[in-house]
Design a binder for this molecule. Structure first.
Ligand code: N01
Length: 547
């Protein structure tokens, strides 16, 4: 049965349709993968998307204040001349609605929606060795088969609602930021509780504070928040991106975090105090990731250097927050800047000067229960009308383990990864033939659209190679995946981003109760990773088994 006959028709058909590929997800990854496989290779690709439309992260995370913190010139595709010329960003850090409009524009420009079935979640997938096919089931009762199973499920897509007693007893409105209602949440005259002060909590707080009658912010670990410094783009900046998008994309691919920056070549510990402060001031003025990547090159690798940046930020917190006790509570100590994913905020610290905002330290007085009228910590009770959980995600592996994926011999992927993910380059894991993962576990944590483009291209080339050479099966070699997984772990142990286990970072699975403590992402540099991927492909996919 052709994919065309099935489009937009969720629900059980009673028959099993077969396809060249099943593609899960219609975010940045799924859209580009669909375009390449369908338009360039002519494959019959069946896409499934749990959401009601395209957009992935940008479909679900509609909370007020949501925006990118990669600059506009990096947070976009570079593969299409049409998109580059016909689309124009309005802000330096585009907001959620604008990024969603962008992805809808891409989907419409290349007529991609017709290849996806929306409102349909893939629930299980099993590989049959005899037929060399994947059988995929959905929550609408449909079953399809395909040669290739390709996931574009996102690194941060499986929401984490902490298992606090009484969640379902609350009589007000309880929302997770990653499942924000499309109709929005009415905060007017409401007492709001905000749980979580990661990138999301930091973005949402200022906008709720302007509308709610009161906001109680429940903070477990303070964060190092640098201002975003968002602003509208000038016409000259827009024209420059249109003219130079390919050159910018090349520059981005050479940066360890796939950002349009150039390492400064200077170390924090090699300059005098006055110079150091001046460089940090300029980084602060530029905002966002400029502060981490365009000040000193040793912040990510040298803890003493890193501490100088931490001290600078602590000074900024003291200057911004009027109440010294609140400022102290907001001040992170005892872990390096970057050990938790660095967030960017807009007026975050200043929001704590408002009369209607209260900071509650739950580091030693945990939230023990959600009650019908609010919540209770070990020692205090709070009456609330709305509770917002900005409590993050079961990152990287969570979107996979929520699908019952079974490879050779019926082995569950969740079982294979019970001590942490094992992959070769994030693309593939041994025992799961023809399962291709776009930005899968142990691929780089860097500017995501760039990582997606590179990994989609690599998977596209691998599938083309299989077909050109009459090969039918592709998977990581055990030795290849052990070497890669070992390398990813060794790198994590060398840098500040790998030192976050003590502060519950999702980088190491440490934010989820019961999740194995194991690094989820590669920190050895996106640029080095892209080079490695190309070299592996050039050597007929060394480290993978093709048959
Ligand atoms: O989630 P998080 P997030 N009681 O895991 C707290 C990306 N992103 O959604 O730190 C009380 O970072 C938890 O406390 P602690 C970005 O990659 C990007 O904010 O574990 N608190 C923490 O404060 C980011 O890293 C953008 O002690 C509890 C918070 O919840 C990733 O998504 C914007 C708790 C969770 O922070 C995840 O960010 C937003 C409990 N029981 C997100 N359980 C951009 O700017 C958890 N917490 C592009």
């Amino acid at each position: 049965m052709s994919v065309e006959g099935m489009n937009g028709s969720p629900g059980s058909t009673g028959s099993v349709s077969s396809h060249d590929a099943v593609l899960v997800g219609a975010g940045f990854s799924g859209l580009y993968m669909m375009y390449r496989l369908r338009e360039e290779l002519g494959l019959d690709v069946r896409g499934f998307e749990a959401a009601g439309g395209v957009g992935g992260t940008w479909y679900w995370n509609r909370y007020p204040g949501a925006r990118t913190d990669s600059p506009y010139s990096a947070y976009c595709f570079s593969w299409s001349e049409e998109i580059a010329q016909e689309w124009s960003w309005s802000e330096r850090y585009p907001g959620q609605q604008e990024v969603l409009r962008y992805l809808e524009f891409v989907a419409d420009r290349y007529d991609l929606r017709r290849s996806f079935t929306f409102d349909t979640r893939v629930t299980s997938a099993r590989h049959d060795e005899d037929t060399n096919l994947w059988t995929v089931d959905t929550d609408t009762g449909e079953t399809v088969t395909a040669t290739y199973l390709i996931t574009g499920v996102g690194l941060l897509s499986a929401p984490n609602l902490p298992p606090i007693r009484g969640l379902d007893t609350f009589q007000g409105e309880l929302v997770h930021t990653a499942r924000w209602p499309a109709a929005g949440v009415d905060f007017a005259a409401k007492r709001v509780g905000l749980v979580g002060t990661g990138s999301t909590g930091i973005q949402i707080l200022p906008s709720i504070a302007e509308r709610a009658s009161s906001v109680s912010v429940f903070q477990r670990t303070p964060n190092y928040v640098v201002p975003t410094q968002n602003r509208p783009l000038t016409d000259a900046e827009k024209a420059d991106l249109r003219a130079r998008y390919q050159d910018i994309a090349k520059q981005i691919r050479q940066h360890p975090f796939a950002m349009p920056f150039t390492p400064t070549g200077q170390n924090a510990l090699d300059v005098d105090e006055a110079t150091r402060q001046a460089v940090y001031e300029e980084g602060w003025r530029q905002g966002g990731f400029h502060f981490l990547f365009e000040t000193f090159d040793d912040l990510s690798v040298n803890e003493d250097a890193n501490e100088t940046a931490c001290e600078f930020i602590r000074g900024k917190i003291r200057a911004a927050v009027r109440d010294p006790e609140v400022a102290e509570l907001l001040t992170p100590r005892g872990y390096p800047y970057g050990a938790k994913r660095p967030p960017a905020g807009t007026g975050y610290y200043e929001t704590f000067n408002r009369d209607n905002v209260t900071l509650i330290d739950v580091s030693d007085d945990a939230i023990e229960e959600i009650t019908p009228t609010g919540l209770r910590t070990g020692t205090r009770r709070f009456d609330l009308d709305v509770i917002i959980f900005a409590t993050g995600f079961d990152a990287s592996t969570g979107a996979f383990t929520r699908i019952d994926i079974r490879g050779r011999g019926g082995r569950a992927l969740a079982d294979k990864w019970r001590d942490g993910p094992v992959t070769n380059l994030g693309f593939s894991t041994a025992g799961f033939p023809n399962l291709f993962m776009i930005t899968g576990p142990l691929s780089p944590f860097a500017n995501i659209p760039t990582c997606i483009e590179e990994t989609v291209d690599w998977i596209f080339d691998a599938i083309s190679y299989l077909r050109e050479n009459g090969l039918t099966s592709f998977e990581a070699a055990e030795r290849g995946e052990q070497e890669w997984t070992g390398h990813v772990t060794a790198i994590a142990n060398m840098i500040t981003a790998g030192k976050g286990e003590a502060v519950n970072t999702w980088f190491a699975g440490a934010n989820i109760e019961g999740k194995p403590r194991a690094i989820n992402v590669y920190f050895g540099g996106a640029n080095a990773y892209f080079d490695t991927c190309r070299a592996v492909a050039a050597k007929a996919y060394e480290g993978f088994v093709l048959s």
